[in-house]
Design a binder for this molecule. Structure first.
Ligand code: SF4
Length: 373
């Protein structure tokens, strides 16, 4: 078997290694990279073997990574080297065309929503969070309000802003889905009302799948309203799976009990269907492999997709010096988890929309393919 064929056969392992270790790039600051905000900050989207993944380039492990890329060409192509030896060609995802446009009230579209991975439009509707300003309540990994300080976004994206940007992003860049997350407001609906207004307006303008992400609301009737407004999936993110880690890393959010999350998950699955309710789990915050796998089994059993991603530290957060999990730690979770997801018929490619559908922040879907073959 040639070394290239061997490489392609085991590409889930290579992609996992690259995502865990990061890559070194000369003049990294010249590349367009988000600073602060929710979602995959300080990452760069690269396509390798037809799979697009987010790769850290600023983390301390990236600075010492065995992976290095040559200067990208105008088309974004570059050679990927490991320990100095070229192993394949990769492509950096370039800036989308819609970034050059503005809303009807003059706000640059790139401040309203961003391209994630290669074809996902993503926004944080409320760029503020009730838990953020106080260390006693804030999630230590989160940088949601940092991008406001850099003036790279606006605090509230109105429904018409979102509809206008979605229309252009579909027209000019062919985006395939829209993911709307939000900081948590003080109201008991936890942002569901703002998401409802946003989805209803956007769905009248474009017909791409929409995922909404929020904390579990007080009243589960919001799930039905959101679905009827046009959302095809929902993410309610646990981030950590044990009380031990929840209390230390995200003390405010930990006051919403796991019991309540499970009630909300079950109610949401009756509306959105199996797999179209998902939860982000950040591996590397302190939960063990066994704890994450045990929680994932419970989630899969009720139709919730556990989207396990390696934690990547974000600058200007209390965890900016926290280490990412190593590649073996991730492999030890993603391999058996993918097997369980394949067995449950709930793989990334079966989902309607959302981060688990995009899959770029984790290599979980590439492990699913290994178990499907
Ligand atoms: S998985 Fe979610 S957060 Fe990550 S790049 Fe895709 S859409 Fe963005």
């Amino acid at each position: 078997m040639s070394s290239i064929t061997t490489l392609q056969k085991s590409h889930h392992t290579l992609l996992n290694d690259i995502q865990a270790l990061g890559i070194r790039i000369k003049n990294a600051e010249d590349l367009t990279i988000r600073k602060g905000g929710a979602g995959p900050t300080d990452h760069k989207a690269i396509t390798i073997f037809n799979t697009t993944i987010m790769v850290p380039i600023y983390s301390s492990s990236a600075k010492n990574s065995p992976f290095e890329v040559t200067e990208p060409s105008k088309m974004g192509m570059a050679s990927l080297k490991k320990d100095g030896e070229i192993i394949t060609t990769i492509r950096f995802i370039g800036e989308p065309k819609f970034y050059k446009e503005k809303s009807s009230d003059g706000i640059p579209f790139w401040k309203i929503a961003r391209l994630h991975s290669k074809d996902v439009l993503a926004t944080t509707i409320l760029q503020t969070c009730i838990r953020y300003k106080d260390k006693k309540t804030s999630c230590q990994f989160c940088a949601i309000e940092e991008s406001l300080k850099y003036d790279t976004t606006i605090a509230y994206k109105k429904p018409h802003h979102l509809a206008e940007v979605a229309k252009k992003a579909v027209e000019l860049d062919g985006v395939s889905q829209f993911i709307m997350t939000t900081g948590t407001p003080g109201s008991s609906d936890r942002g569901a009302k703002i998401l409802f207004e946003s989805v209803a307006t956007v769905a009248k303008e474009v017909s791409i799948p929409i995922q909404i992400q929020c904390e579990p609301p007080d009243d589960f009737m919001w799930f039905d309203k959101l679905k009827k407004a046009g959302a095809s999936s929902i993410g309610m993110h646990l981030e950590a799976v044990t009380e031990r880690v929840r209390n230390s890393i995200m003390p405010g959010k930990a006051t919403v009990s796991l019991l309540y999350y499970f009630k909300a998950f079950k109610a949401a699955v009756t509306i959105f269907g199996k797999g179209n309710v998902s939860t982000y789990i950040l591996a590397g915050l302190g939960d063990t492999q066994e704890e994450i796998l045990e929680m994932s089994k419970k989630l899969i059993a009720i139709g919730v997709y556990p989207f396990v991603v390696p934690f990547v530290p974000v600058r200007n957060t209390p965890l900016e010096n926290h280490r990412s999990p190593d590649k073996d730690f991730m492999h030890g979770i993603l391999d058996p988890l993918a097997f369980d997801l394949v067995r449950a018929g709930m793989t990334s490619d079966t989902l309607a929309s959302g981060c688990a559908k995009c899959g770029a922040c984790s290599t979980l879907s590439t492990f699913e393919k290994k178990h499907t073959i």
